[in-house]
Every structure is written in structure tokens, then in C-alpha cells.
Design a protein around this ligand. Structure first.
Ligand code: NBG
Length: 833
């Protein structure tokens, strides 16, 4: 009688299994129902999709916690070195499907959910994703976290928990309209807030020099305000391993004990305002591609997350029982672009001011700990901060930047006596006009390793923007070509292809993507090609359904799917793509009976809210879509679609459906690209320039399986120096002129001849990204692709080869290189009790 009886025993179902970890269908069902009840006070009969989603997500989370805790314990060991990835963006995508996959419990969950009368796919579709990044840079950080965990490497991601991530994009009258992203509105089941893990961050105020008890000259920062950062942890499970790493995002809070008596006598509302300001810090992610000028809050965000993360890291070091001098042996910190470059100054401040190390010792530790990845060559994208703003917000870090600079330039002058121009170029401070702090220079000077993200990019980096530095420290520079996770972008996004691969190659390819090579012989097997095409068709049908739902446009899955998805930017040249669409349309107008293989052009991507020309390009795509899709002459041989609100979630449906991947940036401008890799891995052929990682994709897949066109980076540079005149190309190519004229004449703007004038003028008179210069080569290559498409077997062979040779572009390969060459971290196997 006194024995505690569990419900499952009463029902006579399964043997007693712990409710929070058990994997039998019965236990899983009971866990979900428990999480309806005990987290949400709901029962199945009245539960909404939201309730079921939350209940399932918590049940999955429960099944990760033991791994998570054991991982923390394992990494706390005194001799384990941990890689910390500092990034202002982590575009992690929807979590539920990924976590089910990593834990290997998708089937268990699917059955349990079905027996509860729900549909797992509906719950997966319901999930809102955290949009904590702009594009490739943030997504790269997420792919790297995935690989770190999969490879059992001790790692921590450090970033910002924005309350509002990247805006939601809506299309109204063809225009992009931004809406706030309320990803937290329904709660986030994946994070665990840790109010007990909090760090104070100073802002403004002044500094004071004083002599401490031991007679040492020191500096004290008397802040004008302080903000507290609270850790919000998100688990990052490794694929089918026990390691579950942590993504630690900082949320800003007002310091809890502001003293009304001391500095706010009677001013209750003033005190509350102060509190509101502090909480504003982590409110919103800044869209990129906009001038950072004057964005005080953005600088504050950068310092905030870097300071919290470094304080946290030093505390973890102490918890390992290690001395502060051991920092570089036990932690490596990677700065993802210059957004975390303040880490150089802040680590120095913590070591010198707080830990009382001598400057030289602190500098040695800082350099040995930090490393920097550059992600862009665009001069306008290299961050600098105006000195007055920097001085006002970060008085003590600025003094440290000055001291670093003084010592650094002393060295440069020693090596290059009299070379003032060089000193001016290398200085951490840009003179002339308003003085500015150059964040890239700060990052390079404070790091032991600097890398670009593709071979070409790393070379250009050393030859152009960082040339002086590469001359002084050639050994500091290296390349790590980007990669993408095959778990999310192949297995999760393309289950049909993944099972064909399992069947053909045996499981295990996912953790060793080089094994895809074994696909090659199958390219010559007609039966296999048939199955390959069936997989592609299925994926195209899936995308066609999404397109119809989101845009109302019906597309034919048997058409060639020609897809460009990425941020909208002049250098990525969506307008070059549109010009080709217009040319193809015009050919049909001129010769309505022309025989062409049906093609569906798909575009997706967001434009920065302040980037007028990019928004106009979106308007043009939609204008062309409206005109072309409705024109009876076209007879559905061309369809144009702008899929709104590109996200990780819909990207997973887009890449698997592509036949042709558009990678058409102006050579020398796209640092790497990662979408290009996702397309390749899913069997799309690339039409592209010799830019970023395209170069290496073509190297891997072979010139015969890649549609190359256009100017090289060297051509572009030479033409720019000689004075590029876009008008010459208009005169030379009647098809180009006619395409531009159609735009100018209002054909795609219901007769409005003004709407696209800024774009037409830009191309005609300046064309900074060489769109017109590359147009005819692009069209000719598109014609080659169209011809190749007609030979279905040959096309399928090329598609198979693309997947077979995509192994290099797994983020596992990239992370192994970082781990071996830059971080010197080693796998740690996590054993469950
Ligand atoms: C972007 C580059 C891409 C590259 C990603 C990831 C920035 C600053 N850079 O080409 O434009 O693939 O970084 O490395 O967002």
C-alpha cells in the first residue's frame, strides 16, 4: 500500500523509466503530457499548437540536460582547453528538428506525438526561429558551433541575446516592408536564464590615477553608468555524441541595487529611466550594410558582450584552479569579424587594472589568447568608431587603445624609419577629418592569428587591406575556408537525399563528408540517376508548395529552378540576374514561338532597411515577376518569384530544390559565400564568377561541372584603375540596352518611368560593381546552362558530382583546421554516468 505507484505501472504499459529521460513511446508521451500540465497548466483536450510545441520542446530539452551537465563538468577539468567563439551574431535557426536529429530521437518523438493526436511536422513548422544574425556571418557561427559539438571539441559560443532579431520582411506592392521580429513573444523553451551568472559592465564617466597599497601606479575607472549582463544559455548538442556545448548569450539588465538615496534623490522616474536605458542595450540586432556612424548603442552592445564574456572566461579559468597567467593554455578566443575587437582592449584592462598584471605580461597573454577572422574586404564595411563617441562611452578602454598604439607604432617606426605614410596607415587611429578608431587594425595587432574565409579572400586580404600588417607579421596570417554543417543543410533539410545516401554509401558519411566521393561511380548508373532525379523532384514540389502559399504563384516543379538567395546587395548583383531574366523575357516577346526549357527564377533575401538601392532591386524583381508571370506570350516558360522573409527555416526548403545556384558577385567582393556550399551539397550546379569560395568549389568539382563567367578580381581592379565606362557596354550589346530600356520605360512599374530611375542611372553612369561589363558573358553562360539542362542525364551526372565533391565544404573540415592550427584544442569525450 505504501509503495509509490507510477501511472505507467498502473496502466500496465512500460517498465518504469525516468519520465524526463526515457525514450519509449509511452514514457515520451507521458513526458509531453506532463509538460503540458506542469509547465503550462493545460490538458490535451484544450491544448493549442503553441502548448503542444512547448510541451514537446521541453521534453526534448529534458533529454539533453544530462549530456549538457556532464559536458560542463568534463570541460571544467584543469587541463582541458576551451575554444570561445565571440560573435555578435548567431543565426542558429529552428532548434526542435535539429535537436531531435542530434539526439537520434526523432522517431520516438514522432510516434509519441502521433499517438497524442498531433503531427510532428506541424509542430516543426510552427516553431519561430531566433533571428539573431543578418546573414552568412551569423549563420557561419552557428554552423561552427554545430561542428564543434559534433567533433567533441570543448567550446563556448559568446554573444548577445537580442530581444528583437533581424526584422521580418513583408512585401507590399512589391516593396520590402520591415516588421519587428517578436521571436520571444511565445517564450523560448531552449534557453536557460542564469540570473546568478551576471557581470557588471562600465560605461562613460572618467578615469583616475592612484597608487595602491603596494605602491603601484594604477588606474581606476569611475563609470557614469553600469549595466549588468545576465547569461542566457542555449544547449548545442553534438550529432550522436554525448557532448552538448553551450551558447551563452548576454541579456542586459539594470544593476539591481541602484541607490536612490545616493544619486537620485527623490527622482524615482529618473531612476526608472536609467533602468530602461540599461535594458535597451540588448534590445535589437543591427542590420548590416548600413553606415555604423553614430550608432552609439551598437558600440555599447559590442563592449557589453565582450566585457561580459571575458569576465566569464576569466572566472571559468579560476574555477579550473588555474592562475591567470595560464589563460592562453586553457582558453582560445576567436573574434568573429571586428564586432568583438574591443576584446583586445578589454582583456588588457581586466588583466592590468583588475588582475594587476604588468603591461608586458598582460599583452603577451592577450595576443596568445585572441585570434581574428576577417569577413570582408569592402572598405565601407570595415568598422571604425569616431573618437568622440569612443571617448565618451569607453574612456578607460580608449586609454588602453592609445597605449597599445603608442607601443605598436614605436615598433613600426623602428623597423621602417622615416616611413610616416606607413605609420599613418597602420595606426589604430585614423587621422584626418574626424579621428576614428580602426577596429580591424586593433584586432590584428592584438591577435596571434588572422585569417580570411576563402583562399582568394585571404590572399586579397594580405595584398590589400591588411598588406602592411602581413608584411610585418607574415606568420600571423592564414586562411580557413568556410564550411557549412551537413547535418542541418543536408540531412535535416533534405531527408530524401540523405536516405538515398545512407542506402548507397552506408551511414557515417555525415560525419566524414569526404566519403561522398564514393558516389561518383553511381553517376554512370541510369537507375541511380533516375532515383536522384526523383529526390530532386520531390524537393522541388515541396518548394513549389511553399511558393504558392507565400506568394500565390504556381510554379512547375519540372522547370529548371534557378535560385539566388542571400542578402540583397549591389555587390552580390541580384540586378545582373534580373537583367538576364528581362533579356530572356524579351527574346520571347520577339519570338513568341521560340522553344525554351521552362525556367523558374527564385529570389529571396533581405535588404538593410536603410539601403535604398537594395530595396529598389527587390521592387524591380517583384515588378518583373508581376509583368512576366502575367504575360500570355510567356506561356509559363518563365516564372519569377520573390520568396519573402528568407530565413534559416525556409532556406532548408530552398537549397534542396535548386537546379542552378546563382553565385554571381563581382569578383573580389564576396569574401567566401556559404550559400554556394549549401546549394552544391544539395546537388545544384553553380553559375558563378571566380569569387570567394566559388574558386574552390570549381576546383573541387572540376571546370566541366561549373558554369564560370565574368571578370576576375584582377580584371576588375585593372578596369577600375583605367577608368571603367559602363556606357561602352550599352553601346556594344543591343540586348543589354533593350533590357535597361524596358526598365526605364516603365514596363515593370506599370508605366511609371521614375520608379527605377535611380537604379538605371546607377548602372548607366557609374556601375560600381561591373554589372554591365559582365552582362554578355553572363547571358552567354546562362545559354550554355540552358543547353546543358536539355540533356537530362548529363545534367544529373553533374549534379551527382557536385554532391560527391562537396566534402571539403563541411564545417567539420573548417573547424578541424581552426582547432589544429589556431586554437590548439582537442576533443574531450563526454561519458554519461
Ligand atoms: C560575410 C561575407 C560572406 C561570408 C560570410 C561568412 C560579413 C561581414 N561577411 O562572403 O560577406 O561567407 O561573411 O564568412 O557579413
Amino acid at each position: 500500500m505504501s509503495r509509490v505507484t507510477s501511472k505507467s505501472e498502473l496502466s500496465g504499459a512500460t517498465p518504469a523509466e525516468p519520465i524526463r529521460t526515457g525514450l519509449s513511446t509511452e514514457t515520451f508521451k507521458q513526458a509531453v503530457v506532463d509538460n503540458l500540465m506542469y509547465l503550462q497548466a493545460r490538458y490535451p483536450a484544450i491544448a493549442t499548437t503553441q502548448n503542444w510545441y512547448m510541451a514537446l520542446a521541453h521534453s526534448v530539452r529534458d533529454r539533453m540536460l544530462e549530456r549538457w551537465v556532464e559536458t560542463v563538468k568534463a570541460y571544467a577539468a584543469r587541463d582541458v582547453k576551451v575554444a570561445c567563439y565571440f560573435s555578435a551574431e548567431f543565426l542558429i535557426g529552428p532548434q526542435l528538428g535539429n535537436n531531435l536529429m542530434c539526439l537520434g530521437i526523432e522517431d520516438a518523438a514522432r510516434t509519441a506525438i502521433a499517438e497524442l493526436g498531433q503531427d510532428l511536422d506541424a509542430l516543426l513548422a510552427y516553431e519561430t526561429e531566433p533571428g539573431l544574425g543578418n546573414g552568412g556571418l551569423g549563420r557561419l557561427a552557428a554552423c561552427y558551433l554545430d561542428s564543434l559539438a559534433a567533433l567533441e571539441l570543448p567550446a563556448l559560443g559568446y554573444g548577445i541575446r537580442y530581444e528583437f532579431g533581424i526584422f521580418d520582411q513583408e512585401i507590399r506592392d512589391g516593396w520590402q516592408v520591415e516588421a519587428t521580429d517578436k521571436w520571444l513573444a511565445q517564450g523560448n523553451p531552449w534557453e536557460i536564464a542564469r540570473p546568478e551568472v551576471g557581470w557588471y559592465v562600465n560605461f562613460s564617466g572618467r578615469t583616475e590615477r592612484f597608487t595602491d597599497g603596494e605602491g603601484r601606479a594604477r588606474v581606476r575607472w569611475v563609470p557614469g553608468s553600469r549595466v549588468k549582463g545576465i547569461a542566457c544559455d542555449i544547449p548545442v548538442p553534438g550529432y550522436r555524441v554525448n557532448n552538448c556545448n553551450t551558447l551563452r548569450l548576454w541579456r542586459s539588465e539594470a544593476v539591481e541595487s541602484f541607490d536612490f538615496g545616493d544619486f537620485n534623490v527623490g527622482d524615482y522616474y529618473g531612476a526608472v529611466r536609467e533602468k530602461m536605458m540599461s535594458e535597451t542595450l540588448s534590445k535589437v540586432l543591427y542590420p548590416n550594410d548600413e553606415a555604423a556612424a553614430g550608432k552609439r548603442l551598437r558600440l555599447a552592445q559590442q563592449y557589453f558582450f565582450v566585457s561580459c564574456s571575458l569576465q566569464d572566461m576569466l572566472r571559468l579559468l579560476e574555477m579550473k584552479g588555474a592562475a591567470v597567467e595560464q589563460l592562453p593554455e586553457l582558453f582560445a578566443a576567436q573574434m568573429n569579424d571586428t564586432h568583438p575587437a574591443l576584446a583586445v582592449a578589454e582583456l588588457m584592462r581586466l588583466l592590468v587594472d583588475e588582475h594587476r598584471l604588468e603591461w608586458d605580461k598582460a599583452w603577451e597573454l592577450t595576443q596568445r589568447t585572441l585570434a581574428y577572422t576577417n569577413h570582408t574586404l569592402l572598405p565601407e564595411a570595415l568598422e571604425t568608431w569616431g573618437l568622440p563617441l569612443f571617448a565618451e562611452l569607453l574612456p578607460r578602454p580608449l586609454e588602453i587603445v592609445y597605449e597599445i598604439n603608442r607601443r605598436f607604432l614605436e615598433g613600426v617606426r623602428g623597423t621602417y624609419p622615416g616611413d610616416d605614410a606607413r605609420v599613418a596607415r597602420m595606426s589604430l587611429i585614423e587621422e584626418g577629418g574626424e579621428k576614428r578608431v580602426r577596429m580591424a587594425n586593433l584586432a590584428v595587432v592584438g591577435s596571434h592569428s588572422v585569417n580570411g574565409v576563402a583562399k582568394l579572400h585571404s590572399e586579397l586580404l594580405e595584398e590589400t587591406v591588411l598588406r602592411d600588417f602581413a608584411e610585418v607579421w607574415p606568420d600571423r596570417f592564414c586562411n580557413v575556408t568556410n564550411g557549412v554543417t551537413p547535418r542541418r543543410f543536408l540531412k535535416l533539410g533534405n531527408p530524401a537525399l540523405a536516405s538515398l545516401l545512407d542506402e548507397t554509401l552506408g551511414e557515417g558519411w555525415i560525419g566524414d563528408l569526404a566519403r561522398l566521393r564514393a558516389l561518383e561511380p553511381h553517376a554512370d548508373d541510369a537507375g541511380f540517376r533516375e532515383r536522384w532525379r526523383a529526390v530532386k523532384m520531390l524537393n522541388k514540389e515541396r518548394l513549389a508548395t511553399l511558393i504558392r502559399e507565400r506568394t500565390g504563384v504556381a510554379v512547375d516543379p519540372s522547370a529548371l529552378f534557378d535560385i539566388q538567395v542571400k542578402r540583397i546587395h549591389e555587390y552580390k548583383r541580384q540586378h545582373l540576374n534580373v537583367l538576364h531574366v528581362i533579356a530572356a523575357y524579351r527574346r520571347l516577346l520577339q519570338d513568341p514561338r521560340r522553344s525554351v526549357a521552362p525556367r523558374c527564377f527564385v529570389f529571396a533575401g533581405k535588404a538593410a532597411p536603410g539601403y535604398a538601392l537594395a530595396k529598389l532591386i527587390i521592387r524591380l524583381i517583384n515588378g518583373v515577376a508581376e509583368t512576366v508571370n502575367a504575360d500570355p506570350v510567356v506561356r509559363d516558360r518563365i516564372k519569377v518569384v520573390f520568396l519573402p522573409n528568407f530565413s534559416v527555416k525556409n532556406a532548408q526548403l530552398v537549397y534542396p530544390a535548386a537546379d542552378l545556384s546563382e553565385q554571381i558577385s563581382t569578383a573580389g567582393k564576396e569574401a567566401s559565400g556559404t550559400g554556394n556550399m549549401k546549394f552544391m551539397m544539395n546537388g545544384a550546379l553553380t553559375i558563378g564568377t571566380l569569387d570567394g569560395a566559388n574558386v574552390e568549389i570549381r576546383e573541387e568539382v572540376g571546370a566541366d561541372n561549373f558554369f564560370l563567367f565574368g571578370l576576375t578580381a584582377a580584371d576588375v581592379e585593372r578596369m577600375r584603375r583605367q577608368g571603367y565606362r559602363p556606357g561602352d557596354y550599352l553601346d556594344r550589346d543591343p540586348e543589354l540596352r533593350a533590357a535597361l530600356d524596358l526598365i526605364a520605360d516603365g514596363r515593370f512599374s506599370r508605366g511609371d518611368r521614375e520608379m527605377f530611375r535611380p537604379l538605371v542611372d546607377n548602372l548607366t553612369y557609374s556601375d560600381p560593381f561591373f554589372v554591365l561589363a559582365d552582362f554578355s558573358a553572363y547571358v552567354a553562360t546562362q545559354d550554355r546552362a540552358a543547353a546543358a539542362w536539355l540533356d537530362r542525364d548529363a545534367w544529373t551526372r553533374m549534379s551527382i558530382r557536385n554532391v560527391a565533391r562537396s566534402g571539403k565544404f563541411s564545417s567539420d573540415r573548417a573547424i578541424r583546421e581552426y582547432a589544429r592550427d589556431i586554437w590548439h584544442v582537442k576533443p574531450v569525450r563526454v561519458v554519461l554516468a
